[in-house]
Design a binder for this molecule. Structure first.
Ligand code: CAA
Length: 261
């Protein structure tokens, strides 16, 4: 039995083939408590098997994408509490989402908030976005991938500085560092994310899914393993109607209509 989520808003039909999830704890700057993360995991699981949905946008509000894991919820916990709760297993499930997720980020994307947008596949940011891993300032380290994903994306020098000092970087610096895809004025960041989502939603969903899988695999495999994996996904797509449609449409000089089959 599914219940209405309390801390996120989900619109499975935000636009044609595009779903929107909005983190919705504005007073707490969308601090990611356990319930919110559970709701997010469940929503993504549902959207991932919804045939109508081809791309998902994840956003917060203008002031905050998310200011991190909920410090108030964690403050009094013991190590054994943390082991038993094992909050980051929720993140493992989010990471398994097969459809592309675009993070539309404005304002703070800190700690778990920065880690959450790095778990997404692309990031569109407003000029006001601030990214950071400030956990060191509260006596801990990133725990949901910050030391790993950030380092792989921006390199050791900047990752070390951000993780060891907790300094924030603005959207322009994040763009230069390769952390995000685009920076736009604050009034345009949702439009820009939608534009990108529409572009992806018009393509073959089965090819998009396997393309995402192959790119993610680049982080988890040697070059040779990754190349083999990519090759098998390429061959596999010749079992799809979308491959026939895409290639025939090219030959016949007409726009392709992809069905996801
Ligand atoms: N957890 C819980 N509550 C939070 C929060 C968080 N991560 N971030 C903000 N809030 C709450 C504040 O406590 C405040 O609540 P009250 O009104 O009840 O006091 C409300 O949101 C508004 O915040 P501020 O008054 O602090 O707003 P500000 O504009 O002055 O400052 C900020 C904004 C710089 C983001 C500041 O709130 C801040 O530093 N937040 C914490 C950032 C942080 O350390 N994040 C990492 C968390 S640990 C983590 O994420 C671990 C991991 O790897 C998963």
């Amino acid at each position: 039995m599914s219940t209405t989520p309390e801390f996120i808003l989900v619109n499975a039909q935000y636009d044609k083939h595009i779903a929107l999830i909005q983190l919705n704890r504005p007073k707490e700057l969308n601090a990611l408590n356990l319930q919110l993360m559970g709701e997010l995991r469940d929503a993504l699981k549902q959207l991932d098997v919804d045939d109508e949905v081809r791309c998902i946008i994840l956003t917060g509000n203008e002031k905050a994408f998310a200011a991190g894991a909920d410090i108030k919820q964690m403050a009094g916990k013991t190590a054994i509490d943390m082991l038993n709760i094992d909050q980051f297993t929720t993140w493992d499930s989010i990471k398994k989402t097969k459809k592309p997720i675009i993070a539309a980020v404005s304002g703070f994307a800190l700690g778990g908030g920065c880690e959450l947008c790095m778990t997404c596949d692309m990031i569109i940011a407003s000029e006001t976005a601030k990214f950071g891993q400030p956990e060191i300032k509260i006596g801990v380290t990133p725990g949901a991938g910050g030391t790993q994903r950030l380092t792989r994306v921006v390199g050791k020098a900047l990752a070390m500085e951000m993780v060891l000092t907790g300094k924030f970087i603005g959207a322009e610096e994040a763009l230069r560092a390769g952390l995000i895809n685009r920076v736009v004025p604050v009034e345009l960041y949702m439009n820009e994310a939608l534009k990108l989502a529409k572009e992806i939603a018009a393509l073959s969903p089965v090819a998009v899914k396997l393309a995402k899988e192959s790119v993610i695999n680049a982080f988890n495999s040697s070059l040779d393993e990754g190349l083999q994996f990519e090759r098998k996904n390429f061959y596999l797509l010749f079992a799809s109607e979308d491959q026939k449609e895409g290639m025939n449409a090219f030959v016949e000089k007409r726009p392709a209509q992809f069905s996801g089959k």
